[in-house]
Write a protein that binds this ligand. Structure first.
Ligand SMILES: *[C@@H]1O[C@H](CO)[C@@H](O)[C@H](O)[C@H]1NC(C)=O
Ligand SMILES: *[C@@H]1O[C@H](CO)[C@@H](O)[C@H](O)[C@H]1NC(C)=O
Ligand SMILES: *[C@@H]1O[C@H](CO)[C@@H](O)[C@H](O)[C@H]1NC(C)=O
Ligand SMILES: *[C@@H]1O[C@H](CO)[C@@H](O)[C@H](O)[C@H]1NC(C)=O
Ligand SMILES: *[C@@H]1O[C@H](CO)[C@@H](O)[C@H](O)[C@H]1NC(C)=O
Ligand SMILES: *[C@@H]1O[C@H](CO)[C@@H](O)[C@H](O)[C@H]1NC(C)=O
Ligand SMILES: *[C@@H]1O[C@H](CO)[C@@H](O)[C@H](O)[C@H]1NC(C)=O
Length: 474
């Protein structure tokens, strides 16, 4: 009897193990370099990008099959402050590329994510046939707007409403077109990638300063180029088993929506900006349950034998953590009292100066913080305001002394079916499905504002309906 039970248990565990194995990545998709595409594929890929661009903005990032190219631009810009110049940089962009992979596949393109190995042509990048498809860099336009190919001015415009963020205001000129600045620059060379990045012994060292390294020049000169950035990280991760899970550093600061509001340490268990339902840890390995890809070899992959000094860490990498200054501050504040001038609050550059907002005390004991742009954030009674950020406020509970983040309470945008002369036909080739909706339990479990979730779902459902109506009447 006992023996049989044991055999059954063993059998069950084998079945379970097999089921888990089946879900894992056994046959990774290889992401190819631009030059590996045939001329036909290059045209098809360009066409797929146009199809993505022509989709309406869905206003969400959860369902990639209805995301427009502009959804990627928009979420990247909106979260840029949290996702650059700090630990989140590489995993965030890997997640962005993953959604992009699924989005472009939903246009019918079957070739996966394509990257461009521009460090291998750092001197003569202008001669690459990439620009035959995506528009020549030596533009005749006064603002360097792309004027050849399908991404030309005026037909092609940057995601509406975002023009003020996409370039420094001081730069002026046409900020609605696709611009490539720096025709004469030499791009970061493959030798620099290998000596400055591949030689790193920790993730912190590898990441370096992403706001000024090879990544930044890619944005300025080329526009989209994150395929290569992800490959560089992937290649470094291949060097040592420990690098595949190595993740450490800090967030920009505690005002990052994914922060616990207490300290700015980055953990692999934290959520990702733009994709709150995922964790950093979901994006450390490219061959997992969620991701299943690797990269092809390309001309810029200089041999790693050029790094004779590199030895893998013998033990788990001990994270280098910056001192938790914010933690000290809120504790000091909670104890000393906000108005206690003997304990001055250490204000970072991300705090709004107190002269730029006003605080009103309401009859019921709650506080209203009035922002210069008209935005209001309510703080319940039994909380006192500690730090006021651009988009949220950290307040400290008078009951347990713990800090909590408060966000703007937006009212729910209700779904109202837009007018359509016909009934949209799901069999139409351009018909888009609505994104799946999160339940309230899941949304609040992920710390998302339920009103905001419902509104963005309603707004994208209306946009999708309008798109489907238009596609059915064409
Ligand atoms: C990528 O995966 C494919 C199998 O899908 C495999 O043949 C190839 O060797 C892998 N490449 C690398 C660099 O691991
Ligand atoms: C841009 O560069 C290409 C390739 O070098 C050349 O054929 C073309 O004439 C140039 N166009 C302008 C406007 O300079
Ligand atoms: C813009 O689109 C129109 C209509 O499709 C087309 O005729 C025109 O050539 C396009 N302009 C450019 C610069 O591509
Ligand atoms: C890699 O780093 C080691 C140790 O810091 C150094 O001695 C070596 O010169 C570096 N190699 C290259 C190619 O930069
Ligand atoms: C920062 O907060 C986390 C909780 O999210 C905690 O586990 C960690 O110990 C804190 N770090 C420091 C240095 O206090
Ligand atoms: C504020 O924080 C900075 C950075 O850690 C530190 O150098 C400075 O001494 C702090 N100032 C106060 C008043 O605590
Ligand atoms: C739109 O949001 C409201 C919340 O006010 C929600 O009750 C409703 O289900 C949403 N509309 C649809 C079609 O799901």
């Amino acid at each position: 009897m006992k023996l049989t039970g044991g055999i059954i248990a063993l059998f069950v565990s084998l079945v379970v193990a097999t089921a888990i194995d089946a879900a894992q990545c056994t046959n990774p998709v290889t992401r190819r370099e631009w030059l590996e595409l045939t001329a036909t594929e290059k045209g098809q890929y360009t066409e797929a990008l146009m199809l993505l661009k022509n989709r309406p903005i869905s206003g969400q990032t959860r369902d990639p099959t209805i995301m427009s190219y502009d959804d990627f631009v928009q979420t990247h810009v909106e979260n840029a402050v949290w996702t650059h110049g700090n630990a989140q940089f590489y995993p965030y962009h890997r997640a962005l590329m993953h959604q992009f992979d699924l989005a472009i596949a939903s246009t019918g393109w079957t070739g996966g994510v394509i990257y461009w190995d521009w460090p291998s042509v750092s001197q003569n990048w202008r001669d690459s046939d990439v620009f035959d498809y995506f528009g020549a860099p030596n533009s005749t336009d006064v603002d360097n707007c792309v004027v050849t190919g399908p991404f030309s001015k005026p037909n092609f415009t940057i995601a509406p409403g975002l023009t003020q963020f996409t370039r420094p205001i001081a730069e002026g000129g046409d900020r609605t077109c696709l611009r490539r600045c720096g025709q004469d620059v030499v791009l970061t060379d493959s030798t620099i990638i290998i000596s400055a990045l591949m030689n790193a012994t920790t993730y912190i060292k590898f990441r370096g300063d992403d706001t000024s390294n090879y990544h930044a020049i890619g944005h300025t000169v080329l526009g989209v180029h994150h395929g290569l950035v992800d490959k560089v990280w992937w290649r470094w991760q291949q060097l040592c088993p420990e690098f595949k899970t190595d993740y450490e550093g800090t967030l920009i600061d505690v005002s990052d929506p994914v922060s616990d509001g207490v300290n700015s340490t980055a953990y692999a268990s934290l959520q990702l900006d733009s994709f709150e339902w995922w964790k950093i840890s979901d994006f450390l390995e490219t061959e997992s349950d969620l991701l299943c890809y690797n990269y092809s070899k390309s001309a810029g992959d200089l041999p790693l034998s050029l790094l004779p000094g590199l030895t893998c860490p013998s033990a788990k990498i001990v994270p280098e953590v910056e001192s938790p200054i914010f933690l000290e501050n809120w504790m000091q504040d909670a104890i000393g009292g906000l108005l206690n001038q003997a304990n001055p609050v250490n204000i970072s550059k991300r705090d709004l100066p107190s002269s730029s907002y006003s605080v009103t005390k309401n009859i019921d004991g709650t506080l209203t913080v009035n922002y210069p742009d008209g935005k209001k954030i309510f703080i319940p009674s039994k909380f006192k305001i500690h730090r006021v950020f651009e988009s949220n406020i950290q307040a400290i509970s008078l009951t347990n002394g713990k800090p909590k983040m408060f966000h703007e309470q937006k009212s729910v945008v209700l779904y109202q079916e837009p007018f359509c002369a016909v009934k949209p036909d799901p069999k139409n080739h351009c018909f888009l499905k609505n994104p799946p909706r999160l339940t309230e339990k899941i949304a609040t479990g992920m710390n998302l504002d339920w009103n905001h979730v419902q509104s963005s779902d309603n707004i994208s459902a209306m946009k999708v309906f309008e798109h489907n109506c238009k596609c059915s009447t064409q």
